[in-house]
Design a binder for this molecule. Structure first.
Ligand SMILES: NC(=O)c1ccc[n+]([C@@H]2O[C@H](COP(=O)([O-])OP(=O)(O)OC[C@H]3O[C@@H](n4cnc5c(N)ncnc54)[C@H](OP(=O)(O)O)[C@@H]3O)[C@@H](O)[C@H]2O)c1
Length: 273
Protein backbone atom coordinates (compact mmCIF):
# COMPACT_ATOMS: atom_id res chain seq x y z
CA UNK A 1 0.00 0.00 0.00
CA UNK A 2 1.35 3.42 -0.97
CA UNK A 3 1.60 6.28 1.52
CA UNK A 4 -0.47 8.67 -0.56
CA UNK A 5 -2.10 11.56 1.31
CA UNK A 6 -5.69 10.46 1.90
CA UNK A 7 -8.62 12.24 0.37
CA UNK A 8 -11.31 13.66 2.63
CA UNK A 9 -14.46 11.55 2.99
CA UNK A 10 -15.64 10.82 -0.54
CA UNK A 11 -18.95 9.42 -1.77
CA UNK A 12 -19.18 7.63 -5.11
CA UNK A 13 -22.76 8.03 -6.27
CA UNK A 14 -23.41 5.39 -8.92
CA UNK A 15 -21.58 2.12 -8.65
CA UNK A 16 -21.55 0.77 -12.20
CA UNK A 17 -18.54 0.27 -14.48
CA UNK A 18 -16.89 3.62 -13.75
CA UNK A 19 -17.91 3.91 -10.09
CA UNK A 20 -16.38 0.51 -9.36
CA UNK A 21 -13.22 1.32 -11.35
CA UNK A 22 -12.78 4.50 -9.32
CA UNK A 23 -13.33 2.73 -6.01
CA UNK A 24 -10.81 0.05 -6.94
CA UNK A 25 -8.19 2.64 -7.94
CA UNK A 26 -8.70 4.88 -4.89
CA UNK A 27 -8.40 1.96 -2.47
CA UNK A 28 -5.44 0.36 -4.29
CA UNK A 29 -3.50 3.65 -4.28
CA UNK A 30 -4.24 4.28 -0.60
CA UNK A 31 -6.04 7.55 -1.43
CA UNK A 32 -9.12 6.22 0.36
CA UNK A 33 -9.93 3.55 2.91
CA UNK A 34 -13.16 1.63 3.43
CA UNK A 35 -13.88 4.13 6.25
CA UNK A 36 -13.39 7.22 4.10
CA UNK A 37 -15.00 5.94 0.91
CA UNK A 38 -18.75 5.66 0.63
CA UNK A 39 -20.87 4.07 -2.05
CA UNK A 40 -24.29 5.47 -2.97
CA UNK A 41 -26.46 3.23 -5.13
CA UNK A 42 -30.02 3.47 -6.40
CA UNK A 43 -30.56 -0.13 -5.23
CA UNK A 44 -28.09 -0.67 -2.37
CA UNK A 45 -29.08 -4.35 -2.03
CA UNK A 46 -28.18 -5.03 -5.66
CA UNK A 47 -24.87 -3.14 -5.37
CA UNK A 48 -23.83 -4.69 -2.06
CA UNK A 49 -22.01 -7.75 -3.50
CA UNK A 50 -19.72 -5.54 -5.59
CA UNK A 51 -19.24 -3.10 -2.69
CA UNK A 52 -18.47 -5.89 -0.23
CA UNK A 53 -15.79 -7.31 -2.55
CA UNK A 54 -13.90 -4.03 -1.95
CA UNK A 55 -14.69 -3.90 1.76
CA UNK A 56 -17.29 -1.16 1.21
CA UNK A 57 -20.94 -0.75 2.14
CA UNK A 58 -23.60 0.29 -0.39
CA UNK A 59 -26.09 2.85 0.94
CA UNK A 60 -28.80 5.08 -0.43
CA UNK A 61 -27.26 8.08 -2.24
CA UNK A 62 -28.45 10.70 0.26
CA UNK A 63 -27.06 8.66 3.16
CA UNK A 64 -23.69 8.30 1.40
CA UNK A 65 -23.59 12.00 0.49
CA UNK A 66 -24.50 13.47 3.87
CA UNK A 67 -21.34 14.98 5.41
CA UNK A 68 -19.02 13.70 2.63
CA UNK A 69 -16.64 16.41 1.45
CA UNK A 70 -16.46 15.15 -2.12
CA UNK A 71 -19.30 13.68 -4.19
CA UNK A 72 -18.43 11.90 -7.41
CA UNK A 73 -21.45 11.54 -9.68
CA UNK A 74 -20.96 8.33 -11.69
CA UNK A 75 -24.51 7.78 -12.95
CA UNK A 76 -25.72 7.96 -16.56
CA UNK A 77 -26.22 11.50 -17.91
CA UNK A 78 -30.02 11.16 -17.87
CA UNK A 79 -29.92 10.21 -14.14
CA UNK A 80 -27.82 13.17 -12.94
CA UNK A 81 -30.68 15.63 -12.58
CA UNK A 82 -32.87 13.23 -10.59
CA UNK A 83 -29.97 12.28 -8.33
CA UNK A 84 -29.08 15.90 -7.50
CA UNK A 85 -32.76 16.74 -6.90
CA UNK A 86 -33.02 13.83 -4.49
CA UNK A 87 -29.88 14.96 -2.66
CA UNK A 88 -31.04 18.55 -2.40
CA UNK A 89 -34.52 17.62 -1.22
CA UNK A 90 -33.04 15.47 1.55
CA UNK A 91 -30.65 18.29 2.64
CA UNK A 92 -27.66 16.12 1.70
CA UNK A 93 -26.02 19.07 -0.09
CA UNK A 94 -26.45 21.57 2.74
CA UNK A 95 -22.80 21.27 3.75
CA UNK A 96 -21.75 22.29 0.17
CA UNK A 97 -19.47 19.41 -0.83
CA UNK A 98 -17.28 19.50 -3.92
CA UNK A 99 -19.34 17.90 -6.72
CA UNK A 100 -17.36 16.07 -9.42
CA UNK A 101 -19.38 14.71 -12.33
CA UNK A 102 -18.14 12.21 -14.91
CA UNK A 103 -21.43 12.20 -16.83
CA UNK A 104 -20.97 12.74 -20.55
CA UNK A 105 -22.61 15.88 -21.93
CA UNK A 106 -23.78 17.31 -18.59
CA UNK A 107 -22.65 20.95 -18.35
CA UNK A 108 -21.20 22.37 -15.14
CA UNK A 109 -23.76 25.22 -15.31
CA UNK A 110 -26.63 22.74 -15.00
CA UNK A 111 -24.81 20.86 -12.22
CA UNK A 112 -24.32 24.14 -10.33
CA UNK A 113 -28.01 24.99 -10.76
CA UNK A 114 -28.97 21.67 -9.15
CA UNK A 115 -26.29 21.89 -6.45
CA UNK A 116 -26.39 25.53 -5.33
CA UNK A 117 -23.40 26.69 -3.33
CA UNK A 118 -21.30 23.64 -4.25
CA UNK A 119 -18.06 23.93 -6.22
CA UNK A 120 -18.38 21.89 -9.41
CA UNK A 121 -15.79 20.02 -11.46
CA UNK A 122 -16.47 17.99 -14.59
CA UNK A 123 -14.28 15.05 -15.56
CA UNK A 124 -14.17 12.58 -18.42
CA UNK A 125 -12.31 9.32 -17.72
CA UNK A 126 -12.26 6.22 -19.95
CA UNK A 127 -12.57 2.46 -19.41
CA UNK A 128 -8.80 1.64 -19.30
CA UNK A 129 -8.96 3.51 -15.97
CA UNK A 130 -10.14 0.14 -14.61
CA UNK A 131 -6.54 -1.15 -14.95
CA UNK A 132 -4.81 2.13 -14.08
CA UNK A 133 -4.02 2.91 -17.73
CA UNK A 134 -6.77 5.42 -18.45
CA UNK A 135 -6.73 9.09 -19.21
CA UNK A 136 -9.07 11.64 -17.66
CA UNK A 137 -9.64 15.24 -18.66
CA UNK A 138 -10.90 17.58 -15.95
CA UNK A 139 -12.33 21.09 -16.20
CA UNK A 140 -13.36 23.65 -13.62
CA UNK A 141 -16.99 24.65 -13.26
CA UNK A 142 -18.69 27.34 -11.14
CA UNK A 143 -17.05 27.84 -7.75
CA UNK A 144 -14.14 25.49 -8.50
CA UNK A 145 -10.78 26.79 -7.31
CA UNK A 146 -7.27 25.44 -7.79
CA UNK A 147 -7.62 23.26 -4.66
CA UNK A 148 -10.76 21.61 -6.07
CA UNK A 149 -9.04 20.83 -9.37
CA UNK A 150 -6.10 19.46 -7.42
CA UNK A 151 -8.45 17.09 -5.55
CA UNK A 152 -9.98 15.96 -8.86
CA UNK A 153 -6.52 15.39 -10.33
CA UNK A 154 -5.58 13.24 -7.35
CA UNK A 155 -8.79 11.21 -7.63
CA UNK A 156 -8.42 10.44 -11.34
CA UNK A 157 -4.63 10.25 -11.14
CA UNK A 158 -5.09 6.94 -9.33
CA UNK A 159 -6.38 5.48 -12.61
CA UNK A 160 -3.97 6.90 -15.16
CA UNK A 161 -2.98 10.24 -16.68
CA UNK A 162 -4.93 13.45 -16.01
CA UNK A 163 -5.14 16.43 -18.36
CA UNK A 164 -6.93 19.73 -17.89
CA UNK A 165 -8.93 21.66 -20.48
CA UNK A 166 -11.55 24.35 -20.75
CA UNK A 167 -15.16 23.10 -20.58
CA UNK A 168 -15.86 24.07 -24.19
CA UNK A 169 -13.75 21.04 -25.24
CA UNK A 170 -15.42 18.48 -22.96
CA UNK A 171 -17.82 16.98 -25.53
CA UNK A 172 -14.88 16.56 -27.90
CA UNK A 173 -12.95 14.96 -25.04
CA UNK A 174 -15.83 12.50 -24.69
CA UNK A 175 -15.65 11.70 -28.43
CA UNK A 176 -11.87 11.15 -28.38
CA UNK A 177 -10.93 10.10 -24.85
CA UNK A 178 -14.17 8.46 -23.65
CA UNK A 179 -15.24 6.73 -26.89
CA UNK A 180 -11.68 6.40 -28.21
CA UNK A 181 -10.96 2.97 -26.68
CA UNK A 182 -13.88 1.53 -28.70
CA UNK A 183 -12.44 2.99 -31.90
CA UNK A 184 -9.00 1.58 -31.12
CA UNK A 185 -10.50 -1.87 -30.41
CA UNK A 186 -12.13 -1.77 -33.84
CA UNK A 187 -8.82 -0.81 -35.48
CA UNK A 188 -6.96 -3.55 -33.57
CA UNK A 189 -9.54 -6.16 -34.56
CA UNK A 190 -9.34 -5.10 -38.20
CA UNK A 191 -5.53 -5.10 -38.27
CA UNK A 192 -5.45 -8.55 -36.69
CA UNK A 193 -7.91 -9.79 -39.29
CA UNK A 194 -5.51 -8.77 -42.05
CA UNK A 195 -2.94 -11.11 -40.50
CA UNK A 196 -5.54 -13.86 -39.93
CA UNK A 197 -6.37 -13.61 -43.64
CA UNK A 198 -2.75 -14.46 -44.32
CA UNK A 199 -2.91 -17.48 -42.01
CA UNK A 200 -1.69 -16.14 -38.64
CA UNK A 201 -3.40 -17.66 -35.56
CA UNK A 202 -6.04 -15.18 -34.32
CA UNK A 203 -4.78 -14.97 -30.73
CA UNK A 204 -1.23 -14.18 -31.84
CA UNK A 205 -2.51 -11.66 -34.39
CA UNK A 206 -4.52 -9.80 -31.72
CA UNK A 207 -1.62 -9.72 -29.26
CA UNK A 208 0.74 -8.54 -31.98
CA UNK A 209 -1.67 -5.78 -33.03
CA UNK A 210 -2.20 -4.64 -29.42
CA UNK A 211 1.55 -4.58 -28.70
CA UNK A 212 2.22 -2.65 -31.90
CA UNK A 213 -0.36 -0.01 -30.84
CA UNK A 214 1.13 0.13 -27.35
CA UNK A 215 4.69 0.57 -28.64
CA UNK A 216 3.71 3.14 -31.26
CA UNK A 217 1.77 5.16 -28.67
CA UNK A 218 4.63 5.05 -26.17
CA UNK A 219 7.05 6.09 -28.93
CA UNK A 220 4.91 9.11 -29.81
CA UNK A 221 4.58 10.19 -26.17
CA UNK A 222 8.26 9.57 -25.34
CA UNK A 223 9.71 11.37 -28.36
CA UNK A 224 7.11 14.10 -28.79
CA UNK A 225 7.63 13.71 -32.56
CA UNK A 226 4.84 14.25 -35.07
CA UNK A 227 3.13 11.00 -36.18
CA UNK A 228 3.95 11.75 -39.83
CA UNK A 229 7.65 11.93 -38.99
CA UNK A 230 7.50 8.66 -37.02
CA UNK A 231 5.65 7.08 -39.93
CA UNK A 232 8.43 8.12 -42.33
CA UNK A 233 10.88 6.06 -40.24
CA UNK A 234 8.89 2.92 -41.15
CA UNK A 235 8.25 3.82 -44.76
CA UNK A 236 11.09 2.70 -47.04
CA UNK A 237 10.74 3.88 -50.65
CA UNK A 238 9.20 1.15 -52.81
CA UNK A 239 8.67 -0.94 -49.66
CA UNK A 240 5.78 -2.83 -48.13
CA UNK A 241 4.73 -0.09 -45.63
CA UNK A 242 4.07 2.54 -48.31
CA UNK A 243 2.04 -0.08 -50.19
CA UNK A 244 -0.07 -0.71 -47.08
CA UNK A 245 -0.43 3.01 -46.29
CA UNK A 246 -1.68 3.76 -49.81
CA UNK A 247 -4.24 0.96 -49.50
CA UNK A 248 -5.45 2.51 -46.22
CA UNK A 249 -5.61 6.00 -47.76
CA UNK A 250 -7.58 4.57 -50.72
CA UNK A 251 -10.15 3.49 -48.10
CA UNK A 252 -10.16 7.04 -46.67
CA UNK A 253 -8.96 5.77 -43.29
CA UNK A 254 -7.90 9.25 -42.19
CA UNK A 255 -11.23 11.00 -42.74
CA UNK A 256 -13.22 7.95 -41.54
CA UNK A 257 -11.42 7.96 -38.16
CA UNK A 258 -11.53 11.75 -37.86
CA UNK A 259 -15.24 11.81 -38.63
CA UNK A 260 -15.82 9.04 -36.07
CA UNK A 261 -14.31 11.20 -33.32
CA UNK A 262 -16.11 14.30 -34.57
CA UNK A 263 -19.48 12.47 -34.64
CA UNK A 264 -19.03 10.96 -31.19
CA UNK A 265 -18.17 14.41 -29.80
CA UNK A 266 -21.28 15.93 -31.34
CA UNK A 267 -23.57 13.19 -30.02
CA UNK A 268 -21.93 13.45 -26.58
CA UNK A 269 -23.23 17.01 -26.38
CA UNK A 270 -26.79 15.75 -26.87
CA UNK A 271 -26.72 12.93 -24.29
CA UNK A 272 -28.10 14.85 -21.34
CA UNK A 273 -31.00 16.45 -23.27
N1 LIG B 1 -18.25 3.68 -19.48
C1 LIG B 1 -17.44 4.57 -20.02
O1 LIG B 1 -16.63 4.31 -20.91
C2 LIG B 1 -17.46 5.98 -19.52
C3 LIG B 1 -16.35 6.80 -19.76
C4 LIG B 1 -16.37 8.10 -19.25
C5 LIG B 1 -17.46 8.58 -18.57
N2 LIG B 1 -18.53 7.76 -18.39
C6 LIG B 1 -19.68 8.31 -17.70
O2 LIG B 1 -19.76 7.65 -16.47
C7 LIG B 1 -21.11 7.58 -16.06
C8 LIG B 1 -21.40 6.18 -15.58
O3 LIG B 1 -21.17 5.31 -16.66
P1 LIG B 1 -21.05 3.74 -16.40
O4 LIG B 1 -20.53 3.17 -17.66
O5 LIG B 1 -20.36 3.48 -15.11
O6 LIG B 1 -22.62 3.39 -16.26
P2 LIG B 1 -23.28 2.14 -15.53
O7 LIG B 1 -22.36 0.99 -15.53
O8 LIG B 1 -24.65 2.00 -16.12
O9 LIG B 1 -23.44 2.64 -14.02
C9 LIG B 1 -24.33 3.64 -13.65
C10 LIG B 1 -24.81 3.28 -12.26
O10 LIG B 1 -25.56 4.37 -11.74
C11 LIG B 1 -26.60 3.82 -10.94
N3 LIG B 1 -27.64 4.82 -10.69
C12 LIG B 1 -28.59 5.28 -11.49
N4 LIG B 1 -29.33 6.22 -10.86
C13 LIG B 1 -28.81 6.35 -9.63
C14 LIG B 1 -29.12 7.16 -8.50
N5 LIG B 1 -30.13 8.04 -8.52
N6 LIG B 1 -28.37 7.02 -7.38
C15 LIG B 1 -27.34 6.17 -7.35
N7 LIG B 1 -27.00 5.36 -8.37
C16 LIG B 1 -27.72 5.45 -9.50
C17 LIG B 1 -27.07 2.64 -11.76
O11 LIG B 1 -27.81 1.78 -10.92
P3 LIG B 1 -28.92 0.77 -11.52
O12 LIG B 1 -28.14 -0.40 -11.98
O13 LIG B 1 -29.78 0.53 -10.33
O14 LIG B 1 -29.61 1.51 -12.62
C18 LIG B 1 -25.73 2.06 -12.23
O15 LIG B 1 -25.20 1.16 -11.29
C19 LIG B 1 -21.96 8.02 -17.25
O16 LIG B 1 -22.50 9.29 -17.02
C20 LIG B 1 -21.00 8.08 -18.40
O17 LIG B 1 -21.30 9.14 -19.28
C21 LIG B 1 -18.54 6.47 -18.81
Amino acid sequence: MSHAVRLPVTALLGFGTMGRALATGLLAQGLATPRSLRVGARRPDAAQAHAEALGLVARHPEEAARGAEILVLAVKPRDVDGLLCRLEESDALDHHPLVISIAAGVRTASLAERAPGCAVVRAMPNTPCAIGKGVTVVCAGPGAEARHLELAQRIFGCMGAVLQLDEKHMDTVTGLGGSGPAFIYLVLEAMAEGAVMRGMPRAVALELAARVALGASEMLLATGRHPASLRDDVTTPAGCTIAGLLALEDGRIRSVLARGVETAGRVAGELAS
